[in-house]
Design a protein. Structure first.
Length: 604
């Protein structure tokens, strides 16, 4: 048995990481320490100054282990890795796991390409981003490719020239200068790449001036066609500049601006990405487990978890307040980037104004997010509580099963079951049934059959809802009586316009208020089970059309089969057709028509 007090005595006064575990040996917290001995002991001393979160955690600690490191920096890196791996209950956790696109210019190639990528590699290429708006990246690439006819293929250029490989369509439509033909020099090609890099580096004005000079030179030489091309390039670039970026600094700086808003349950961190003095994107992040945590520790947790997986780290991280481990975090980020990274807390000026703007965005999003969570609760957990009250259930039904029948004029009857667990769709529990014992269009007996088959599996629901009225309820109640089962059973009936109206059982009818969350919840269940039944029935019909006796006839493939069915409407009419009638079908020659005719008369 693990003796906590004995193990506390053995803790070393060295830097490292500690892992707190519960009675099931599950890791519930990961932390780092300059001195393991001092830090871990603090948890088990007087709890007077502990937050309620720490008090709750300590109650659940049944054992711990630790890993000694050579430095505080190593401890920080290990802590980040372990939090990412185990996602412990009492750590502040970054919910989002987003990756952002970058624009890559493959200057490590003789004839570079411009690509959209998700990873930054150490391959000597140039990367621009991250961009939080994928559409903006696509628009930028479209503009670049419209202005500059650079290659988009991954062909080995030298090998293509040596083998005299046939160029692709892009050369012929003037979307590529065709370096694979050997008709363009590296110098000439790379002039385009230099201009593209100017644009992506935020020096659009410089690029536009270069293009204007070229346009004017062409005009002076009476080369008006080429001058018009330069004019169009300038217009496209100016449109892109207007649409995509916002100037926030006259300096050519790369910064991330970080601020946050938080309440009792969660925190929202907002980050603006500034590249070359312009905002190229912004993003919000939700953190969990922030209750009773202070702003400094929440922001510190965000910085660790976000930049651990970030493909790009800017030179400056502007943050709204000082954070835990700020010095060691700067050292860690500098090591990753390969040059000095600064974490700064502005007190006044433009950077302070930027922090205020970012914080305002964080507060606005958190309010929306909290309201969204509230609405989600009202439409799921809240609706379950209301449903229990309306139906007279002792407690909210955690598992609701709903059933429906589908057929077309009594043919190919099927049934389905959908499941809602804790008020949410539980699609892995959905089931589909082909009706086996009922002949003809009998929805009541069909409903009874599928519920009977379901009940034989055990593990009953807390509530069963049928898509139908009193007739379906009565049919299924007989099945319940047969097995001596007592499960709340209600039908979801509709009005004259085929819209959800209310709930009905053997002895009671409840019309629902159309403005209530309960109505929306019940209607969503009825719509889900109905749509699931229709989609299953449709898939079976499609399969029956796809597979037929026509598949065995020589010369009849998928296209001819569809043409035959479209022309004659049924297999029976095809069977009774003459060779002449069959030959009139589009795509059928006389030989195939004879094959079809002979096939259906083999047994005669």
């Amino acid at each position: 048995m693990f003796d906590i007090q004995e193990q506390l005595k053995k803790l070393p006064a060295e830097p490292g990481v500690y892992l707190m575990k519960d009675e099931n040996d599950k890791i519930i917290y990961v932390g780092k320490a300059v001195s393991l001995k001092n830090r871990v002991r603090q948890y088990f001393q007087s709890s007077k100054n502990h937050s309620s979160k720490v008090k709750s955690m300590v109650k659940n600690i049944k054992s711990f282990e630790y890993i000694i490191t050579d430095s505080e920096l190593e401890a920080l890196i290990l802590e980040c890795n372990l939090i990412k791996k185990y996602r412990p209950k009492y750590n502040v956790l970054l919910r989002d796991d987003k990756t952002y696109p970058y624009i890559k210019v493959t200057v490590n190639e003789d004839f570079p390409r411009v690509l959209k990528v998700r990873r930054v590699l150490r391959d000597k290429a140039k990367y621009f981003g991250p961009y939080t708006n994928v559409e903006a990246v696509n628009d930028t690439l479209d503009v670049i490719r419209n202005i500059y006819p650079i290659r988009t293929c991954n062909v080995d250029i030298e090998r293509a020239i040596k083998s005299n490989m046939r160029p692709c369509l892009n050369l012929h439509i003037k979307r590529c200068v065709g370096p694979c033909t050997g008709n363009v020099s590296k110098e000439e090609y790379n002039k385009m790449i230099e201009e593209i890099i100017l644009f992506l580096s935020g020096k659009e004005e410089t690029l536009i001036e270069i293009l204007k000079e070229k346009m004017n030179k062409c005009s002076m030489e009476f080369n008006f066609e080429e001058a018009a091309l330069y004019r169009d390039k300038i217009i496209n670039l100016q449109d892109m500049m207007q649409k995509q970026k916002i100037d926030v600094s006259t300096e050519d700086v790369n910064q991330d601006i970080i601020a946050m808003a938080y309440n009792d349950e969660e925190a929202c961190v907002q980050s603006f990405f500034i590249r070359h003095g312009k905002i190229v994107g912004r993003e919000h992040f939700i953190l969990e487990g922030t209750k009773d945590s202070d702003k400094e520790s929440i922001l510190s947790s965000f910085v660790k978890q976000f930049y651990m997986k970030a493909e790009y780290i800017p030179k400056e991280i502007i943050i709204e307040c000082g954070i835990e481990d700020q010095v060691v975090l700067e050292e860690w980020l500098s090591n990753i980037k390969g040059q000095k990274v600064f974490i700064r807390v502005p007190q006044k000026g433009d950077k302070k104004s930027l922090i205020s703007m970012v914080k305002k965005n964080a507060m606005e999003y958190l309010e929306k997010f909290s309201n969204l969570n509230k609405r989600k609760y009202e439409r799921s957990e809240g609706a379950l509580i209301e449903l229990a009250e309306v139906l007279g259930l002792e407690e909210p039904p955690r598992r609701i099963e709903s059933y429906d029948i589908s057929n077309i004029q009594g043919v190919d009857s099927i049934g389905v079951m959908v499941v809602f667990t804790n008020g949410l769709k539980d699609k892995k529990e959905y089931r589909r049934y082909k009706i086996k014992t009922v002949e003809g269009p009998n929805d009541y007996d069909s409903m009874a059959e599928i519920v009977d088959r379901r009940l034989k599996k055990g593990d009953f629901a807390d509530l069963i809802l049928l898509d139908g009225g009193k007739g379906q309820v009565s049919a299924v109640q007989k099945v319940f009586d047969k097995y001596g089962i007592d499960i709340p059973l209600w039908g979801m009936y509709k009005d004259d316009k085929h819209r959800t109206k209310g709930l009905i059982c053997a002895s009671k009818e409840i019309e629902l208020d159309k403005t209530s969350n309960l109505y929306r919840f019940v209607a969503s269940i009825q719509e889900e089970v109905h749509n699931y039944a229709i989609s299953y029935h449709r898939s079976l019909r499609n399969k029956s059309l796809t597979k037929s006796s026509l598949d065995d006839i020589p010369g009849v493939g998928e296209k001819r089969k569809k043409a035959l069915l479209s022309h004659f409407k049924s297999i029976e009419d095809i069977k009774n057709a003459s060779v002449e009638e069959l030959s009139k079908v589009e795509g059928l020659n006389k030989s195939v028509a004879e094959n079809i005719y002979d096939y259906f008369r083999k047994g005669e």
